[in-house]
Ligand binder design. Structure first.
Ligand SMILES: [Zn+2]
Length: 177
């Protein structure tokens, strides 16, 4: 049995500094209809928010599940359950943002290519090689499963530039909790 997934209709994208975003997410133990419904809802939420990736902790569900769509289109979306990254090779700098950190962007160094192994919604294990933008999205989203946000990977100057935005999100969080 997986942990309780809240009512799918009530899911919303949570923002920093919600503590769920800083947790280590639990592996998905069983791919049941709740996981299918969660994945489909996450794809819709990602597309509606003009995102290219979304991790379950970002909708308040601390499970190892991500959805990605490098084109931002629904038909290109893929669900990756319990994803593992290997063969992290090369390095590339690019500007990132995050649906859980609205208003904040920053340059991050990531590996240029990687291999991902994951399960799909039918429970089939698959492996995929990714480069460039897709590899960056996969690294950003799997980071979420370990409680790491892209701002944690900013260099000192980037962290300074992000400070005002982070403070403002902290105030918003305090006011709503
Ligand atoms: Zn993110």
């Amino acid at each position: 049995m997986n942990q309780n997934i809240p009512d799918i209709k009530k899911l919303e994208i949570i923002h920093y500094p919600n503590p769920i975003l800083m947790e280590q997410a639990a592996p998905v133990k069983e791919i049941d209809e709740n996981i299918v419904a969660l994945s489909n809802r996450m794809i819709d939420m990602m597309v509606e928010s003009d995102g290219v990736g979304l991790a379950a902790p970002q909708v308040g569900v601390s499970l190892r599940l991500i959805v990605v769509s490098p084109t931002g289109k629904k038909e290109d979306a893929e669900v990756l359950i319990n994803p593992e990254l290997t063969n992290l090779i090369g390095c590339t700098d690019s500007e990132e943002g995050c649906l859980s950190l609205p208003g904040i962007r920053g340059k991050i160094r990531r590996s240029e290519s990687c291999t991902v192994t994951a399960y799909d919604l039918d429970g089939n294990k698959f492996t995929m090689d990714a480069t460039d933008f897709t590899a960056i999205i996969l690294q950003h989203e799997t980071d979420h499963l370990d409680g790491t946000l892209f701002v944690d990977r900013l260099n000192a100057i980037g962290k300074m530039a992000a400070r005002r935005g982070l403070r403002s999100l902290e105030r918003e969080f305090d006011e709503s909790h």
